[in-house]
Design a protein around this ligand. Structure first.
Ligand SMILES: NC(=O)c1ccc[n+]([C@@H]2O[C@H](COP(=O)([O-])OP(=O)(O)OC[C@H]3O[C@@H](n4cnc5c(N)ncnc54)[C@H](O)[C@@H]3O)[C@@H](O)[C@H]2O)c1
Ligand SMILES: O=P(O)(O)OC[C@H]1O[C@H](O[C@H]2[C@H](O)[C@@H](O)[C@@H](O)O[C@@H]2CO)[C@H](O)[C@@H](O)[C@@H]1O
Ligand SMILES: [Mn+2]
Length: 442
């Protein structure tokens, strides 16, 4: 079997050690000859890299390891770039969340003004990395899960239309894992799903088992009572409490429209007032992540480097990230596996903008991905999606043209923002906070 060379872009990410352990657990179906890390922050990557080097040396010494902040060295001789960058890191995410909250508007990583601000920072970072990949390994594929994936996908569709980049999100996968547990199935792969939407903005329309039995009635009965919480006793970690509330809130989203099962991110657009009321303006999700995941991962990495070896219980293997290997092997082996991916609509949702970047089931093969037809969607979902996709397109317009007005319109159109006046106040603060990260707006 061919052996692959993989570059993790954003090597200093909190997800890197779990991702490396996941890759090492999948070598029988995705054999590797090299694992490389690339980041533009040498100090941050160094801590993670020293631990990864020891882990790889212990578990698979035949795999070459290299961590670099030099784009040529990092991007030369790779087959896949797995991108997980966060331009501006947690310091900027914190502002994305806290600035809108000052105006009683949702403060969230990828939704509303925070997601727009993050999008304005991410576009340049992703383009820069895509260009390195095309220069140094022109046959490679970028599997991107850097956020906000919807805005990044629209930007690369417009600005790098021929690039080999596929954008993917783990939220539907995580929720399908919950569904499988609720149903008592061994794996989400025992379900055949139909789904449509935008990234962080979608619905499951059908879920069947492999014998063709409809699983929706049982799932809806559970979600009506408990949301996507499979088992209350699993939620003992206070650092994940806000996820617990998010899974529970699916109850109310289903009550509003019980035709389909919703993605949990819809809560930010449908229950904005509830979200703001339950947010702590001084301690947001970023603070939870910095006090939780970031501290845990960096402490564990320093311990591995000090001890010179890795104890098995130090890191969680990112098992649910095996979808990235599914995607890579789908391309490498032309498997035509069906996966939920972000792609240009091109009629997959019949009554929706053909140029919109939508999230639908696709077939994965050697030449990329092909969306499957999901048919027509109802007025409620269509209306919501048209508004949100217009926000995403206006952000990309603003980034390309440097237009203050386009970005003001984008914020005003976001369902999370109450008026053009509030949109302008938030925008003006975000511009100050993002100096050096956004193109200059006129
Ligand atoms: N699509 C999904 O479903 C999904 C799931 C989880 C996380 N994510 C995304 O993964 C990313 C990483 O998340 P995290 O919480 O681990 O963040 P993190 O801040 O720990 O790591 C991101 C790394 O990216 C680096 N970086 C920033 N700009 C860069 C650039 N231009 N080139 C190279 N490296 C750069 C930073 O220095 C940092 O080390 C985020 O974009 C997050 O939103 C996506
Ligand atoms: O607030 P964070 O940084 O913990 O998570 C933000 C990301 O949330 C989603 O991914 C989740 C996943 O759905 C969750 O269940 C768990 O497995 O962790 C993942 C990462 O935290 C979302 O899909 C991403 O786009 C967000 O970046
Ligand atoms: Mn996501």
């Amino acid at each position: 079997m061919k052996k692959y060379s993989v570059l993790i872009v954003g090597g200093g990410s909190t997800y890197t050690p779990g991702m490396v352990l996941m890759l090492l657990s999948q070598l029988d179906r995705f054999p590797l000859r090299k694992i490389k890390l690339y980041d533009n922050d040498p100090e941050r990557q160094e801590v993670i890299a020293r631990a990864c080097e020891i882990i790889i040396h212990e578990k698979a010494p035949e795999i070459e390891f290299l961590a670099s902040t030099n784009p040529e060295e990092a991007y030369t001789d790779i087959d896949f770039a797995m991108a997980q960058i966060r331009v501006g890191k947690y310091a900027m995410r914190e502002l994305d969340e806290k600035i809108p909250l000052k105006y009683d508007v949702v403060g969230q990583e990828t939704c509303g003004p925070g997601g727009i601000a993050y999008g304005m920072r991410s576009i340049g970072g992703i383009l820069e990395n895509l260009d390195y990949m095309e220069k140094y390994s022109p046959n490679a594929w970028m599997l991107n899960y850097s956020n906000p994936a919807a805005i990044v996908a629209e930007a690369t569709r417009r600005l790098r239309p021929n690039s080999k980049i596929i954008n993917i999100c783990d939220m539907p996968i995580e929720l399908e894992n919950h569904m499988a547990t609720i149903l008592g199935l061994k794996s989400r792969k025992e379900m055949d799903v139909r789904y449509f939407g935008l990234n962080h903005f979608g619905w499951w329309t059908e879920i069947h088992d492999k014998a063709g039995n409809d699983l929706m009635p049982r799932l809806k009965e559970h979600v009506r009572k408990y949301g996507y919480v499979e088992d209350e006793s699993l939620y003992t970690d206070p650092k994940r409490d806000s996820w617990h509330a998010t899974y529970q809130k699916a109850r109310d989203i289903l009550e509003l429209d019980d035709a389909y099962l919703p993605n949990t991110y819809l809560k930010y657009y449908l229950f904005q007032d509830y979200v703001v009321k339950h947010s702590d303006k001084n301690y947001t999700r970023t603070n939870e992540v910095m006090d939780g995941r970031e501290k845990d991962v960096f402490t564990a990495c320093r311990k591995v480097a000090e001890d010179g070896h890795c104890h098995d219980d130090l890191f969680d293997v990112d098992n649910h990230a095996t979808f990235i290997v599914d995607l890579a092997t789908g391309i490498a082996n032309n498997t035509h596996e069906r996966m939920l991916l972000i792609t240009e609509n091109k009629g997959a949702i019949a009554n929706f903008d053909p140029t919109a970047m939508v999230e639908v089931p696709c077939l994965v093969g050697k030449n990329g991905i092909e969306p499957l037809a999901m048919g027509e969607i109802p007025q409620f979902q269509k209306g919501l999606m048209e508004q949100q996709v217009s926000v995403e397109k206006l952000v990309v317009d603003a980034w390309i043209t440097g237009s203050y007005h386009k970005l003001w319109q984008a914020l005003t159109l976001s369902k999370t923002v109450p008026s053009a006046t509030v949109a302008k106040q938030i925008l003006d603060e975000l511009i100050e906070a993002n100096k050096g990260y956004w193109p200059e707006l006129k």
